[in-house]
Design a protein around this ligand. Sequence first.
Ligand code: UDP
Length: 403
Amino acid sequence: MLPQYSGVSPKGDLILLRKLGEKLHGKSFLHVNSTRAGGGVAEILQRMVPILKELGIDARWEVIEGDERFFDITKKIHNAIQGSPEMITDDMWGHHYEINKKNAGRLNLEADAVLIHDPQPAALVEFKESGKWIWRCHIDVSNPVKEVCDYLMRYCSKYDAAVFSVARFARAMGIDEFIIPPSIDPLSEKNRELSDDEIRETMERLLVPPDKPVILQVSRFDRFKDPVGVIEAYKIVKKYNDCILVLAGSPATDDPEGEIVLNEVREYAAGDPDIYVLLLPPFSDKDINALQRISTVILQKSLKEGFGLTVSEGMWKGKPVIGGAVGGIPLQIVHGVTGFLVHSVEGAAFRIRQFLNNPDMATRMGERGREYVRNNFLITRQTRDYLSVWYSIENKGKSVLEL
Ligand code: UDP
């Protein structure tokens, strides 16, 4: 698999990746998160674990299990960390801890390095026995509800290190902190090149017509992704430009709010035959790939965003992308160079029209976007960064001459 990245990923990333693989060969690396499907974390892990194995690292991926109440609580914690006014009672934190404790009994947590993703399994650190433990925060912690964040940090500060996607999210935790933006896999089913036949077949099956410009947003049905704002922007555009809007999303097992938000979106979209709200089954990677490839403009109009993999996915396909100026989106969209950043419904509508009316500019930005992703946001770079962090904390205190 790794040789296939040659000619796609930057050469320097591949060389360093191999070198780190040699240094960490035979060691074990465990990832733990809270869902196998849906959302960016699962997306990356599916692809990264085989790469780590190919490098000779004994990589594993475990998923914690929880009851309905646990995932209701963790969604509230997630929302509070991203700034929604939620209160987490001691009883709720108690349940969060108990479920983590149960999972600690169920899972084999023995590894040389353990990477725990996001708040759901954060309390597993209480059951750490060996190895280096790293807390990986994927969400937007720029403006959290203080009490909730403080409580969570009681767990997080027990790790050996923390990793954030964006420098602005890092906070004084008293442990080593690193910045590692996420990434996409150019060879995955989600991002590989598709033939015209494959694209046509998908569009026929999804009943998306081929004859009008397509505006697309792919995301979980989550209010922070602002699907209603996307429809509002489309409605403004539609007064001047004929086009269709596709909102595509699938459920994530750790996101109990999805169905409520989906219903809100359906209600808001009702009556307009040019709005396609597509509820896709999990692992619809090829369908999403095809949707992104037939799109004229791709949106990720988030109000809060950890990183926003869909932005890099769109840019990799050479598409002009418009994103909310939040979280990790400005890392990917250099305003006016690789896409446009927006702060409002009106701003989004204005930029969509600009792309629809200037196809040459849209193509140029799309091309620059693709190269920007190649140099910064491919999985080979992210794997390299994880291994660098692991290697550096394992060798902390040693001089360069000893390494
Ligand atoms: N995704 C998917 N199906 C969906 C919605 C999203 O496969 O119905 C994928 C999307 O292509 C991207 C990831 O899930 O790879 C979402 O990551 P992002 O960082 O954009 O958002 P998150 O869901 O992690 O907040």
